[in-house]
Design a protein around this ligand. Sequence first.
Ligand code: PLP
Length: 383
Amino acid sequence: MLKRNVYLDHNATTPVASSVRKTMNRVLKYYWGNPSTGYQKGKNAQQIIEKARDQVAQSINAHAHEIYFTSCATESNNSILKTLAQHFYPSKRKIITTPIEHSSVLKTLDYLKNQGIIVEFCSVDQNGFISISELEGLIDDDTFLVCCMLANNEIGTIQNLKEISEITKKRDILLMSDCVQAFGKIPIDVKELGLDYATFSAHKLYGPKGVGAIYAKISAPLSSFIHGGGQEEGIRGGTESVHNIAGFGKACQSVPDLLSHLQKTQTLRDHFLKLLKDIKSDIVVNSPLDNGLMNTLNISFPGIKSKELMMMLDYHGISVSSGSACSTHSPKPSHVLKAIGLNDQQIFETVRISFGINTTISDLNYTIKTIKKFISDTQLNSQ
Ligand code: PLP
């Protein structure tokens, strides 16, 4: 078999689109002025930032002045959670969240627990969906925030945020959502969803690494997280990464195009699953096929160690991951798969495959052939 290069880990990161690269190169060449300076060179750079702010805002139906640029979604999540805790504590102390949030939320909440914040978890079912009635029951007078991701990075579950926001609005509680994985994969309208805060990252959207954003509804409290020169309306000090921000804006312009690929992605997913079941009928699909991200397949391979499968796929030029990329540094089993009820053995037999706009049928056929050969070799060796 001819070795190919097949990238099937788009939930970890995406390649930078050529239109984004072109925009960034132009900014690096011509717009290197400091946006905080008052002369033309600085003003030109500031204009680039404001154009990108408009582009990000438009792609999620927000106003430009509701968008703040950060260095990544991890920073965005930290900023909102920590400054809100500071804002409300001690008059209100409780945050309600889910056990399947990204570590940038969960680790921040761990930190806040040590500062006196009460964190309560709304459990999820075997597909990763939270129980709305349980959530409602957890809300009390001490609660100031519900924090629930829109789409999960490991299994792709899409939560019903509209339903959640109807409850938070009724109870006068703020709602924050990590929308990193949903962006460009499902339509996002922050007003329609009823969000007070949302977080985003450019590199999951064919944009550059090193730039993220916060959406904060006009009336929602937000205070300075990085103190410095007063950039980003004083919310985030530090000279802006103008080329990254411009790249983020350009990437957002492609959102309608990305969304128009959904049908194709579904066809690829169904094709891949069918072929996979033909070669290994006992695979378990941990991703919800209804109300889940179309590009995300989290699959357990009973009897096959995911580490060995991944290494073999990598040897053949195919990139997939186990759980989330961020968790590959830690030997602990995925907290998401644990939360949906998998035991340690099942977790270590699980891989995540995530398609992108450039994934082709022939990429998937090659991947299937490679897995098939691995399975038959493994069976031969164990005889
Ligand atoms: N939230 C989710 C759901 C993610 O998948 C990730 C990245 O994997 C992040 C947050 C963190 O994003 P960033 O890499 O921009 O810090």
